[in-house]
Each structure stands twice: as structure tokens, then as C-alpha cells.
Unconditional design. Structure first.
Length: 304
């Protein structure tokens, strides 16, 4: 029998790649290369401080400057997991990899990826709001162009001219495209080794995301209560709808790690005559303090 540890080596890199490619926030993981990760629920991110310019002295020459590189430790606060069992009568060793791979791939596509996206968008919106880089607005077909251009101008005034990723739901994107045909173009957007053809507004790429993932706050359920609502996530009762999120590509640092997937064959599994798979996912998102001006959230006006 194949050592079950070998199954983990097969599943884990494939599942991590699926997250990066199929998640609408996969582009945020490009900055994860800055992080040091040695397993578990902690990562270290670099923080660099340096002195500014000083006067050059013709007698003494240059003024000495200092550069400090420190590594700050962050917790991956999202520690989520599930256990699956595949009955031995349905799955034998010869087709276990194919069947388990299909199950885990579908689980990630329909459950894990949407939850990670929802968390990241809500975290970005919260960070932007806490930094006073947000406003509430009732968007209409008549004002959408002016209001979006205004938010882009505010960001440009803070950070200079940079391409900004605009994230909004398909309905809002449709209104925008109909109202501003002369400002809509197409461009190539790269994510996790894939080149995607996307629309752009005023040369800024548009990423469309289902509106159920664009809320300011979610409840991530513990999955222990039973019933159809067990596990997964849902909008918090106090959540606001997000009209759009603005971010440069270098602002968010998103990390998603699949912990070692444990596989137990039917002879080892003490609970049932079934293959047992333990799946655990760590993930989180941060925006360094010096890059908070590079994110902006436009929220739907809350009901009175």
C-alpha cells in the first residue's frame, strides 16, 4: 500500500495552486514572497526604516544615515478545517487519488475559495475605513463615473499616479460600462501564472466579484452546531455593502497555507471503514501601515 504521507505530497501543492488561480483575490498573494513562513500559524513580514536626505558638507562630506530591517511577527488568524470520510466500498486504493482529488478540489472551489475572498475583501474594507480612506455613497447610473473618478483622484493625490485595481460586483460593473464606454478598454491582468483578459476603467483593471462576497463584515461559523447553517460563512447583521474597493497591487499581503493534509486508510481509521482526510487551512491578509493610503473603500450608504 502506498504510504499515506505520499498522498499529502500529491494533494497539497495542487490545492495551494488552485487557491491562488481560482480566487478572485489571488493577485494579493503575489506579495507573499516578502514573508517568512516556517509552518504553523505565524509569519514574519519585513519592516524597513531609514533616514531621509541631509545636507552635503563640502568639508566633511556625507551625513551618515541608518537603515534598519526588522521582521515583525503576525498571526494567521483564520485557522479553518474540515474532516472528510470516503467509504471504503466506494473508493479503493487504485482510485483513491482521483476520487479524493475531485472531492477536495470541489470543496475548495465551492467553499474555501469564496470564504477566503470574502474575508480578504471585508478585511481590506475595514482597514480602509479605520484609516479614514473610505466614504459611504448611494451609487446611481448618473453619478457612478464622477464618484469613481473622484475616489481614484483622492488616491492619486495621496500616492502619485499608479495603476489601481478596481473591485466591484457585476451589476455595478455593468452600470459603469454602460455609462462610460469611452473610458472602458481591455487589458491583460496576470495572476498566479495566468494571463487574464479583463476590462479596465480609465486604464485601471476591473475585477468583478459576486456581491455576496463584497460585504464589510462576515461571521465565520464554527461548524459545530449541526444543521444546514453549520460551518462556512455569512454576512454579519451589521455589514455594509461595498460599492467598490480600490487597491494598488503592492498594498495587500495575502497568505494562504494548506497545513499538512493527513490521510488515513480504512485499516488505520478507527471511526469507520473509510478513508479519512483531514484538511486545515491557515490564511490572512495585512496592509503595512505605510501602504494604507494605497487602499480605498466606497461603501453603500447604510439604511437609517
Amino acid at each position: 500500500m502506498v504510504n499515506t504521507l505520499e498522498y499529502s505530497k500529491i494533494f497539497q501543492p495542487v490545492l495551494d495552486k488552485q487557491i491562488a488561480q481560482e480566487s478572485t483575490t489571488g493577485w494579493m498573494e503575489a506579495n507573499a514572497s516578502q514573508a517568512k513562513y516556517n509552518g504553523g500559524d505565524e509569519v514574519k513580514l519585513p519592516r524597513m526604516d531609514m533616514d531621509g536626505l541631509g545636507d552635503y558638507d563640502r568639508d566633511k562630506g556625507y551625513v551618515d544615515g541608518a537603515v534598519t530591517l526588522a521582521w515583525d511577527t503576525y498571526k494567521l488568524t483564520q485557522d479553518r478545517g474540515r474532516r472528510f470520510q470516503l467509504d471504503a466500498m466506494d473508493v479503493d486504493e487504485t482510485n483513491f487519488v482521483a476520487e479524493a482529488g475531485a472531492v477536495m478540489g470541489e470543496f475548495q472551489r465551492t467553499k474555501v475559495v469564496p470564504e477566503i475572498d470574502a474575508y480578504r475583501y471585508s478585511k481590506l474594507a475595514t482597514l480602509a475605513k479605520d484609516a479614514n480612506h473610505s466614504r459611504d455613497l448611494a451609487v446611481t447610473a448618473d453619478n457612478i463615473i464622477d464618484e469613481l473618478l473622484q475616489d481614484l483622484a483622492v488616491m492619486e493625490d495621496n500616492i502619485g499616479a499608479q495603476n489601481v485595481i478596481i473591485t466591484l460586483n457585476p451589476i455595478m460593473a455593468g452600470i459603469l460600462k454602460k455609462a462610460s464606454k469611452e473610458l472602458i478598454t481591455s487589458q491583460t491582468f496576470s495572476q498566479a501564472g495566468l494571463n487574464l483578459n479583463v476590462s479596465a476603467f480609465n486604464e485601471n483593471p476591473l475585477r468583478t466579484v459576486t456581491s455576496k462576497l463584497l460585504k464589510s463584515k462576515y461571521v465565520f461559523q464554527d461548524g459545530k452546531t449541526g444543521g444546514q447553517e453549520a460551518g462556512g460563512f455569512k454576512p454579519d447583521a451589521t455589514a455594509q455593502d461595498i460599492n467598490w474597493l480600490l487597491s494598488t497591487t503592492d498594498a495587500p499581503i495575502a497568505i494562504s497555507k494548506t497545513d499538512v493534509i493527513r490521510v488515513f486508510d480504512p485499516q488505520t481509521n478507527q471511526d469507520a471503514n473509510a478513508w479519512k482526510i483531514d484538511y486545515r487551512k491557515y490564511h490572512d491578509l495585512w496592509v503595512p501601515t505605510n501602504k494604507l493610503p494605497k487602499i480605498y473603500a466606497n461603501m453603500k450608504t447604510a439604511a437609517p
